[in-house]
Design a protein around this ligand. Structure first.
Ligand code: ATP
Ligand code: MG
Length: 485
């Protein structure tokens, strides 16, 4: 039974529970107030009756003293009995008519006797057989004469009984109203919370597996007081966070998909060429032997291009997974020397592009992977040569700024259109796809450069205008200060 009640209580809504709790509390308060009120009322009425008894006895005593008899008759079911207690006996003297007394007068007699012994007024409550509860009072009228009066307690009990009935009825009504209206009010107060719960349910049933999924729901409304408002704000902030991270994840997924699609597309081109040249080679081997070597050389060149592409892809993949394995071999190396070597190689390989080198005095030593940084510089220099017309001036500069060393590769070529600037660092992105591919580019050079520099904790920036395109590679250089040089 108790277990069932407990289970039912657990299944109740919070508002109902609180209303019931409030009801129980009020019940206790009502009980205490009711008991106090009833007790006070009963005591007050009893005291009043005692006073009335005393006053009536004074009047009767006067009558007995003056006329030797009781005044009047039985009054409102009051009783008077006069006892003669002289000489050690206790004898009923008045009233003479037994109809004026209850059937059983033992209680009167014993009180008269007790009064004789005590020599003072005595008060007692007795149940008189056939007459009900009575308040008895005994006092001495004159030596040897004791007056016992009895007043019925019935009226007091009736009044108190009525008071209790009224209290029970009004308290029960008040309690009922409290529970019913209290529950309604509490429910209304708690409604924002249940609204929030249904928002959460709505989210739970929302499909988050779709890419680019956003949570369309927010807890709205304004009512509910500051606590509920706080909860609502926290709830919405949490949803915002979830939304953001979902968006980031969806974006990453999208990028990965595009990357895989682009990679396979880019690999297909050289692969097709390899197949074509292999067919041509076969044909030439049988029909035109002098063509054979040319086809073989082209076949090799395509295979090499594919190899470079795969190397770049592999490097990017390893840099992406940098937390798993460290793809860099860090050591203390001189940036100036590294840039000078790259410049020498550039001068030898690209005689059509005059190169200026500005490295400043003295070495700039920083922790880095020299092979990879050389790859970055090579990529930027190659771009400056490949994507600009012949004769374009190229310059490379090593500079120190507070906390970092910079390599700036600049050219006076046509520059990169503003719309493409943000995207040239994307994988496989080429401003002019067709022409760039003719030059052997796959669009991975800048992506690789950026990933490598970021793996070093640095950044690559692009500033481009027609006639002035500058790529700035910034590498953190903890112990190096511009003033040191
Ligand atoms: P890869 O470097 O993989 O061989 P790529 O040079 O085409 O190919 P990125 O180095 O990533 O690829 O460069 C992306 C694009 O940015 C290039 O296709 C080119 O259009 C543009 N770009 C890069 N550097 C310059 C530059 N110095 N001047 C003008 N355009 C440039
Ligand atoms: Mg390039």
């Amino acid at each position: 039974m108790i277990a069932r009640l407990r289970r039912a209580y657990r299944g109740m809504r919070l508002g109902t529970r609180m209303a019931l709790g409030l009801g129980a509390l009020s019940l206790v308060v009502f009980a205490v107030v009711g008991t106090a009120l009833t007790t006070y009322m009963r005591d007050y009425l009893s005291a009043q009756l005692d006073t009335q008894l005393a006053q009536a006895q004074i009047a009767q005593s006067k009558s007995i003293a003056d006329y030797g008899t009781l005044s009047g008759k039985k009054y409102y079911s009051w009783f008077y009995a006069v006892y003669d207690v002289s000489d050690g006996k206790t004898e009923l003297r008045r009233p003479e008519d037994p109809a004026d007394l209850p059937k059983d007068v033992d209680d009167f007699t014993s009180l008269a006797r007790a009064q004789t012994a005590a020599h003072t007024e005595l008060l007692r409550t007795e149940h008189l057989r056939g007459a009900g509860s009575y308040r008895l009072r005994a006092c001495q009228v004159e030596p040897g004469v004791v007056l016992v009066s009895a007043a019925p307690l019935e009226d007091i009990e009736d009044t108190v009984g009525q008071l209790i009935t009224i209290q029970v009825v009004t308290f029960a009504l008040a309690l009922l109203a409290l529970v019913v209206f209290g529950r309604r009010m509490l429910r209304r107060g708690l409604k924002p919370l249940s609204d929030m719960a249904s928002t959460a349910h709505g989210i739970a049933s929302h499909d988050l597996t779709e890419s680019a999924a956003r949570l369309p729901l927010r807890a709205d409304g304004r009512d509910g007081g500051p606590e509920v408002d706080e909860l609502r704000t926290a709830f919405n902030t949490m949803l915002e966070h979830i939304d953001d991270s979902l968006a980031v994840r969806a974006e990453a997924e999208q990028r990965l998909r595009r990357f895989v699609a682009d990679a396979s597309h880019e690999l297909r081109t050289p692969l097709m060429s390899v197949r074509g040249y292999a067919d041509l080679f076969q044909y030439a081997a049988a029909n035109a032997p002098e063509e054979r070597d040319r086809h073989l050389a082209r076949l090799r060149a395509e295979a090499a291009r594919m190899g470079i592409l795969l190397d770049d892809l592999l490097l990017l993949a390893r840099l992406d997974a940098a937390e798993v394995e460290e793809p860099l071999r860090m050591e203390d190396a001189d940036l100036v020397e590294l840039v000078s070597q790259a410049a020498d190689a550039f001068r030898a390989g690209r005689p059509g592009h005059p190169l200026t080198v500005l490295t400043g005095p003295g070495p700039v030593r920083l922790p880095m992977d020299p092979l990879r940084i050389r790859q970055v510089v090579d990529n930027l220099l190659t771009n400056a040569a490949v994507h600009t017309p012949a004769g374009t001036k190229v310059s490379v500069e090593v500079a120190l700024v507070p906390g970092a060393a910079e390599v700036r590769v600049a050219d006076t070529g046509p520059g990169i259109p503003p719309d493409d600037r943000a995207r040239v660092f994307d994988r496989f992105y080429r401003v002019d796809k067709a022409r760039s591919r003719d030059r052997g580019g796959s669009g991975l050079g800048l992506a690789v450069a950026q990933s490598l520099v970021r793996a070093h904790g640095g950044s690559v920036e692009l500033n481009s205008a027609p006639g002035a395109t500058v790529f700035t590679v910034r590498l953190p250089a903890p112990g190096v200060h511009p003033a040191d040089r």
